[in-house]
Design a protein around this ligand. Structure first.
Ligand code: C5P
Length: 223
């Protein structure tokens, strides 16, 4: 196992959704299952990498051979990733909430007869992918991979994301209605880097993970 092509390589993978608390019993979240991120962590470990998986709340088992750090919110996820650095490669597959709740209540919000519904105020979350991509002081990993879940203008948005966030690759996937990506077992992806686009056929999330891990191993070994 540890004699694979990624022996000695430190990898960090984010996976799953984040939960942003509204009050002690309610939260804002999204449909991410964590399947793709968890599969990538497992695939990197199978190639011999030392993997830390920083996962939001999911309902799937921990992958084998991986150190799992469980978090709820985006801020906790960023802290978990920071604590796992330095790393050679970071893959941000989590569906991080763009906003957190600025006026989070410490007690459960009560319905009051005749009173207007509460207003939830949002504040931006830190961008974990961008933070890692622009890390200084020797903490910038050799390879940073982001995902772009898009429902339209997939490739344009992915190229824009690559430039704006400062990562090395964007794995763009179609999550439009009917694509079956969210919660499903298959994925149709395009890997975009400075050299162009690598479009892969539709395949299972495990196969996407294995191919991505191999691609990562090839660059880290300078092939
Ligand atoms: O901007 P957008 O959310 O579409 O970017 C998606 C990519 O950025 C994914 O790799 C996701 O894991 C990462 N991301 C992040 N932190 C955020 C938002 C997105 O790491 N707050």
């Amino acid at each position: 196992l540890s004699d694979g092509p990624l022996k000695g390589v430190r990898a960090v993978v984010t996976s799953g959704p984040t939960h942003e608390a509204i009050d002690p019993v309610r939260y804002i979240a999204n449909h991410s299952s964590g399947k793709q991120g968890h599969a990538i962590a497992a695939a990197l470990a199978r190639l011999g990498a030392e993997v830390t998986l920083v996962s939001g709340p999911v309902h799937i088992p921990d992958p084998a051979g991986v150190r799992v750090v469980r978090v709820d919110s985006a801020v906790e996820m960023l802290n978990g990733v920071r604590a796992a650095l330095p790393a050679d490669v970071v893959v941000c597959a989590a569906a991080v909430a763009d906003w957190t709740v600025a006026n989070r209540a410490t007690e459960k919000r009560k319905k009051k007869v005749g009173a207007p519904p509460p207003v939830i105020e949002l504040a931006p979350n830190p961008d974990i992918l961008m933070t890692v991509s622009k890390a200084e002081g020797g903490l910038r990993p050799r390879l940073v991979v982001g995902f772009a879940a898009e429902t339209e203008a997939l490739l344009d948005n992915a190229r824009d994301k690559l430039a704006r966030k400062g990562c090395d690759w964007i794995v763009a996937n179609d999550v439009s209605e009917g694509s079956g990506t969210f919660g499903g077992d298959a994925n149709l992806v395009h890997v975009i880097d400075a050299d162009g686009i690598d479009s892969w056929p539709r395949m299972g999330k495990d196969a996407v993970a294995a191919r991505l891990a191999e691609r990562i191993a090839n660059v880290l070994r300078g092939l």
